[in-house]
Design a protein around this ligand. Sequence first.
Ligand code: ZN
Ligand code: ZN
Ligand code: ZN
Length: 348
Amino acid sequence: MLNKKFDNSDNSQYRWDPFQKEWIIYAPKRNLRPFQGKKFEKEPEKSWTCPFCPDAPEGAGKWIVKQLTNRFASLDENKHFMVEKIMGSFKKTAPNYGKCEVILYSQDHDASFGTLEHQNIVALIKLWQERFDAIKKMKDMKYIFIMENRGKEIGNSMTHPHGQIFSFPFIPPKIEKEYSAFKEYNEENNSCLLCDILEEEQKELNDGVNSRIVCENDDFLAIIPYYAHWAFEIHIIPKRHFRSLIELENEEIDTLARIMKEVVLKYDALHGNGEIMPYVMAMHNVPVNLHKNSQFDYHFHIEYYTPFRGKGKLKFLAGVELGTGTMICDALPEFNAKIMRDLNAKKP
Ligand SMILES: [Zn+2]
Ligand SMILES: [Zn+2]
Ligand SMILES: [Zn+2]
C-alpha cells in the first residue's frame, strides 16, 4: 500500500533518462484506475460496472462515437512543460504536461473493431480528425498519438471498444527516429522513403515473388514490412503521399475504414475460436507545431503489433529485447504475409 507520508498519487512528472536520452512518464495515479467489474472504491453507490456503457454517466446520451477526458490520465493539460534540473546536471524533471483522451468506438459493450458497421468506422475516423485538428492548436503540443490497446493479453482491463489519444510536448523517441529517417532519406534522394518502399512492394507483388502484402484497395496497402519487429506486425499505408490523417480525402476515409476493418477481421480469423486478437494499433502522423515542414518529411501510416505468433503462442519481450533493444522475430514477414493473405476473413 501507499506510504501515507508520501503522496505517490499526486506526484506525476516526466524524468529524463540521460543514457537513453528520453523522457519517462511517472504516473502513480494510474494505479488507482478502475478495472471493469470492480466498482470504484470512492463511489460505492454506482450501479453500473462499465463506465463506457450507456447506463453510466460518461457513456450516457445518444452517440455513435464519443470523446471523453481520461479520468485517470497520466498527462495533464493544465501544467506547463518546464524542464527543471535538480542538483547536478543529470537529474532533469518536468511537469507532466500533455493530454489523454478516451475515444469510445460504440455504445455496444460487446462490439469490437471488427464488428463495427462501416459508417461507424467512418464516424470514428472523422472524430479522430476532429480531435487531431483541435489538439494541434495547442501550440506546446508536439505529438498527437492516436492508438488502441486491445485484449487482456496486453493489459487492457476494459473490454468496451475504445481507443485513446496521448498528446505530448515533445516528439517521442520512436517517432523521432522515424521522422529523422524520413528527413535524412529526403535530403539524400529528394523523395519519400515510404513512397519508395511502397513502389518496390507493389513491384514484388506483380512479379509474384515473396510478397509481403496482406491486402489492398484503391487507396491503401496493408503489408507486413520487410523489417517487421513482430511476427504478425501489419502496417496500413496510403498509396498517395500525405503526412497526417487530416489530409485524408473523402473517398480515402471510406477506403481507410474498409482496410482497417479487413485487417482486424483477418487478425480475428487468425486468432480463431471466435475470440478477438490482442493488438496495439499505433497511428503514425507527422509531429505537429514543427518549426520547419517539408513535403517528404513524413508519410502517414498505421502500425499494428500483436504478441500472437501462432496458435496458443505469445511473444514476450525478454532478455535480448529488453536488455539490448534488439528484437528477435519468430517468422519471416513473407511467410506470415502469405498466411494473412490466404485467410478467409469475410470482406468488409
Ligand atoms: Zn461497456
Ligand atoms: Zn510518401
Ligand atoms: Zn511508423
